[in-house]
Ligand binder design. Structure first.
Ligand code: SF4
Length: 268
């Protein structure tokens, strides 16, 4: 059985010494110094929250440990990705890029440097949907893209195999297994569920979360992409217009069908 993983800021490490952790910090050297010998076994990953940080202390530390670089301002910060490429030698690496104006430049830079990517997507307005469509096109059709760009990659695989995975899982926001602890020490069931006020047991499984709380609204229950989305885009604002994100899900579904047709044609 999976155990809960707590995403905590480094300064709360002493309060969470018994839990499985993802630790976020802008001081990698301080993280290495703060951990006790038995701690690394409980650290499932590290998030570096400032690209200006010196990540060198993590290069040879705990090889194999997944590391994530978090961009705040994708246009201003993507040139700093070059500083962290040495980490690729010893760690599975992923760059988290907020879907904000101009974010496509950061995606292209990250994948060209061989980083995997996860898009940190909120509730994108129409102009951002158009930018996402361009990035999706790039991801689907550029033969040079060797690394996954989530959530596009996981959703495409879900459509292709007929086994959709809700975005709560693909986006590391699954309230069944994750807890997000704010810098102020407030525990949330997920990073996204900041104002959750639902009558549901915290240890409920994700299907129950989706049916009873996350996608309980009529629009989600009747949505053709419910199994791939899980109501993700209705948080935090429940009145968000999903027309644009449904279009992107449709593009992913079409791409999966095309891929299936190409594979079937190639095998006959
Ligand atoms: S796309 Fe929108 S309506 Fe459909 S399941 Fe997701 S949040 Fe609900």
């Amino acid at each position: 059985m999976n155990e809960l993983t707590y995403n905590i800021p480094l300064h709360l490490l002493s309060a969470y010494r018994r839990e499985r952790l993802v630790v976020r910090t802008d001081e990698p050297a301080a993280l290495v110094a703060a951990l006790e010998p038995e701690d690394p076994e409980r650290v499932a990953g590290v998030q570096i929250v400032s690209l200006a940080a010196d990540s060198e202390p993590l290069n040879a530390w705990a090889p194999g440990l997944p590391l994530e670089l978090i961009l705040r301002d994708p246009v201003a910060e993507f040139p700093l990705l070059y500083r962290h490429t040495n980490l690729l030698d010893n760690h599975p690496m992923r760059v988290i890029i907020p879907v904000a104006p101009g974010f496509g430049k950061a995606v292209k830079a990250a994948v060209s440097l061989d980083f995997a990517v996860r898009l940190d997507v909120g509730q994108p307005e129409p102009a951002l949907i158009e930018e996402m469509a361009v990035v999706l096109e790039f991801y689907l059709h550029q033969s040079t893209v060797a690394q996954p760009v989530e959530y596009f990659h996981g959703a495409l695989q879900g459509f292709f195999h007929g086994e959709p995975t809700p975005l709560w899982v693909l986006q590391d926001d699954d309230p069944q297994y994750l807890r997000y602890v704010t810098d102020e020490g407030v525990e949330q069931p997920s990073r996204r569920l900041v104002d959750l006020n639902a009558n549901i047991a915290l240890d409920a499984d994700l299907g129950e979360w989706i049916a009873r709380a996350l996608a309980a609204e009529e629009e989600c229950q009747g949505c053709e992409f419910l199994n791939s989305c899980g109501g993700y885009f209705k948080w935090p604002r429940r009145d968000y217009d999903c027309a644009g994100v449904k279009r992107l899900f449709g593009d992913l579904r079409d791409a999966a069908a095309e891929l299936r047709r190409d594979l079937d044609a190639g095998s006959t």
